[in-house]
Design a protein around this ligand. Structure first.
Ligand SMILES: [Zn+2]
Length: 125
């Protein structure tokens, strides 16, 4: 029994160390690409690290999608639809986007990243 326990402890330790290293190396300070696409064209293939994909049908903003800028690799989907709770508001200024309020990736599977996106810049909290 102790051996099993030790084994899992070992795996957990390795996982924890690795994810911290990745975060440290790859954490972004800005998104470099903004794509605005209708739902039918917004495929996962467009989602590169450093890209924000805005899904917009006609004049209706639906989703902001991006890979978590902390480096954890999780795909994030932020609702921009007023009928959803929670939802975020998104402003485009020129080629840049500002999202309000901040994004906090929490919950059971969340990496804990917490940041604002202002004019594509990521302001870590
Ligand atoms: Zn993350």
């Amino acid at each position: 029994m102790n051996l099993v326990k030790a084994f899992f402890h070992f795996i957990f330790k390795i996982f924890k160390t690795k994810s911290v290293e990745i975060k440290h190396v790859q954490r972004l300070s800005a998104f470099d690409t903004v794509l605005i696409k209708p739902s039918i064209e917004a495929s996962n293939d467009l989602l590169k690290y450093g890209t924000i994909l805005i899904v917009k049908d006609g004049s209706i903003q639906k989703w902001a999608r991006f890979i978590c800028p902390c480096g954890c690799g999780q795909k994030q989907v932020i609702s921009l639809q007023i009928s959803h709770s929670p939802h975020w508001s998104l402003n485009t200024i020129g080629e840049t986007v500002t999202l309000h309020p901040s994004v906090h990736v929490n919950g059971a599977d969340g990496c804990g990243a917490h940041f604002f996106i202002r004019k594509n810049q990521i302001e870590w909290v």
